[in-house]
Ligand binder design. Sequence first.
Ligand SMILES: [Zn+2]
Length: 267
Amino acid sequence: MTLRNWIPIALVASCLPSGSCARWHSTPVLPARNSIVLDQLIVFSDSALPEHHRLLEELRSQRTLVSTKLRLPVSDEPIHIYLFPTAEKLDTFMRVNYPAMPQRRAFFVESDTRLSVYAYWGDRVAEDLRHEVAHGYLHAVVPHLPLWLDEGLAEYFEVPRGQNGVNRPHLDLLAEALSQNWRPDLQRLEQLRTTGEMTQIEYAESWAWAHFMLESSPERLDILQSYLQTLNKSQTPELISTALRRIDPAYVQNMADYILVLRQSLR
Ligand SMILES: [Zn+2]
């Protein structure tokens, strides 16, 4: 889940013109009692954070993974991670500061000056943080990343190490959809502008295109890496669908086949 250029609404004490205070709003407090710096990451939490926490170390090393896999430079721009103790506290914070946002387990927010991740310690905190922090590493070096690719890559990097980026729930969903005559359509994904337009199948398809380019052939990997490098230089690359078609006119069918072959190989 990504928000770009959102301006938090600051709720402050407000008084009626007559001078009598009608109501005091208070901004829900961010967890900030403890903090730890892990290279580019600054992690805030109310409870003490061990320096060698396995998940935090994984998030720290994700920086090199993203950079190596995508052939991108690393950045020193801080990514602020706020870990709430409960879903309710995160929800209260988001409702006050980002009232138009749908309810989610975790958020990445890019403002003009800051990259922030909001999440809570729950059963899926590892997956959520790998996903949102991947957005952070990407946004720190790639401006104007298309929505589908932003989410597709985050869905790839949220998978635990050692699973080759295979997002099993997405793979199962797409295999089922293919059996019911659904077909991938990258050009349609390239038109998406807001996360509100994305349902589970769009997230799954975005992941599949990312996986297809990262893992199926050196030529497709090169298309993805070149695309990101052009964005990194603040230039406008040609669409990925156009580049894929040039090297393989049957790229859509081949992606559909790739999904089925990948799933078969895991059985
Ligand atoms: Zn996301």
